[in-house]
Design a protein around this ligand. Structure first.
Ligand code: AAO
Length: 469
């Protein structure tokens, strides 16, 4: 079952974009474990190009592999293993972003982050090794220049070069075995699954063949796989082609939740099956990702940390809602420059994530996952697993609903909510998760409660059966 994240039924992961392994391990121990996070998605961990030509050390250099050695700006294999173990000890699993569609871009040459030499224009990657014969030939690619340029043609999307990245041929047994060997190595080190980068640009059957060569986890079961496929109803590739392979990213959710956060009247329709969106059991959902928060990968007009109030609303709603498997984005601050890499020291080593007295992060790290309406909603998502939305109410840019008889959620974009609402929950006194219990809510014998939300930066309220008291 490629859709099982192997985290004891927990329901949300966080992408600690560009974090060092040592900081991820610290975060597992000091925050993520306690808050009930299922796991962490890391940035690519295998050796890649060191880009200093047109830009110095952009974040996207990590998407140009040189070998499958674990050697990145986040750390080496020893540090990686230490992180996996320390996180696992507190119930948090590691999912690795794996870049297997291609190797480095044409024209790049030199030594990678692990010291392996390479020469992309000659398709020479001795660190694997891969050579010319392992890459897609121009005669298989129907575009004139060998580049992906027609999203209406699957042969073009999958056999040509994505933005000049040397495209591996996953039909070959040799290539499949090298990739599966990389996955198996990561499994031996204790990871629980993979985000498959650029899955849209590989044939689903080829990816599945690689998944079948991949070993089970030591505790049993196949690893978790989620596939990056940007399907915004604008090309030939559809998310449902990837259902046999596991979960698939649902980028239309990013569009829908952005509209909903801006106009609550649209929140009821964030899952729109008529628009081709993946069913809940296959959808991997997020408000923004490391690409579209900065205009890459079909981005634009997404809600991000740059508008914190809308962002908290969007992510809290995603977690309260009953659609898909959610990933929370955790970013570093950046300006207009969409290539800007992570906070770094003068030698370009990545800066530590520091934690301030207020529990938020310093040194340039945003740490959205530590914002109360985000981090504390993970407990809500876990508590309401298996229930559906009931008692939905939606008027005047205010929304409220219950999840079965397990949790109640409300938020008010405009004005002040002051209403008696049916919560569907057993009588009792409950703690508001968003204010860390500063607000209490009393549910009476008929399930009603008086709900008050002020017009604040965090106009959200949520409580669960079995929550803190
Ligand atoms: C860098 C340089 C390039 C250089 C290259 C090689 O920027 O100039 O040619 O190196 O030297 C990341 C960066 C890239 C970077 C790359 C390698 O984003 O800028 O290139 O690392 O360093 C497509 C893919 C999707 C991909 C996305 C970025 O389908 O898989 O592009 N995402 C992943 C990663 C990403 C990474 C890679 C893949 C590569 O998450 O970080 O790239 O490993 C359409 C299509 C989408 C397509 C987008 C963007 O979107 O549907 O499939 O994504 O275009 O090309 C409307 C539509 C929307 C459409 C959009 C744009 O919004 O609704 O669907 O217009 O037309």
């Amino acid at each position: 079952d490629y859709t099982d994240p192997h985290c004891s039924g927990k329901q949300a992961i966080v992408h600690l974009f560009e974090w060092k392994f040592s900081d991820i391990a610290n975060e597992c121990e000091r925050y993520l474990g306690k808050k009930g996070f299922c796991g962490v998605q890391t940035s690519p961990v295998n050796e890649y190009t060191v880009i200093t030509k047109e830009y110095i050390r952009p974040w996207w250099e990590r998407y140009q592999p040189v070998s499958y050695k674990i050697a990145s700006r986040s750390g080496n294999e020893v540090e990686f293993k230490n992180m996996v173990d320390r996180c696992k000890n507190v119930g948090v699993r590691i999912y690795v972003d794996v870049v297997i569609n291609h190797m480095a871009g044409l024209g790049r040459t030199g030594k990678g982050t692990g010291g392996s030499s390479f020469d992309s224009s000659n398709y020479d990657f001795p660190g694997v090794p891969f050579s010319r014969q392992h890459f897609n030939d121009k005669d298989k690619c129907p575009s004139h220049d060998g580049m992906v340029n027609n999203y209406g043609d699957p042969n073009n999307v999958r056999n040509c070069f994505l933005v000049g990245l040397t495209d591996l041929d996953q039909k070959q047994e040799y290539v499949r075995n090298k990739i599966a060997g990389f996955f198996n190595h990561l499994i031996d080190l204790g990871v629980a699954g993979f985000r498959v980068d650029a899955a849209k640009h590989m044939w689903p059957g080829d990816i599945l063949a690689i998944q079948k060569l991949t070993k089970n986890l030591p505790e049993g079961g196949t690893p978790f796989f989620y596939h990056e496929v940007i399907d915004q109803n604008d090309g030939a590739i559809k998310v449902n082609e990837y259902y046999p392979n596991g979960l698939v990213t649902e980028f239309r959710f990013c569009q829908k939740i952005a509209q909903g956060a801006r106009n609550f009247g649209e929140l009821g329709g964030v899952y729109d099956p008529g628009w081709g969106m993946a069913d809940s059991d296959h959808a991997f959902v997020f408000v923004d990702n490391h690409d579209n928060q900065r205009g890459h990968g079909g981005g634009g007009n997404r809600v991000t940390h740059k508008t914190p109030r809308d962002y908290k609303i969007a992510v809290a709603f995603m977690l309260a809602n009953d659609y898909g498997f959610p990933r929370i984005m955790s970013s570093y601050y950046f300006g207009d420059d969409s290539s800007q890499g992570p906070p770094h020291n003068s030698d370009y080593s990545i800066k530590d994530v520091t934690i301030e007295n207020n529990g938020l992060c310093g040194n340039g790290w945003v740490c959205e996952h530590r914002w109360n309406p985000i981090g504390n909603m993970v407990a809500f998502r876990n508590a309401v697993t298996g229930t559906t939305k009931v008692h939905w109410k939606d008027q005047n840019d205010q929304v409220s609903f219950a999840r079965g008889n397990k949790g109640f959620f409300a938020m008010a974009k405009q004005g002040h909510m002051d209403e008696t609402l049916q919560t569907g929950l057993p009588a009792g006194e409950y703690c508001d998760l968003i204010t860390d219990c500063k607000k209490k809510i009393t549910v009476d014998g008929s399930g009603n409660a008086h709900i008050v939300i002020d017009n604040s930066e965090e106009p959200i309220l949520a409580f669960i059966v079995g929550g803190p008291s």
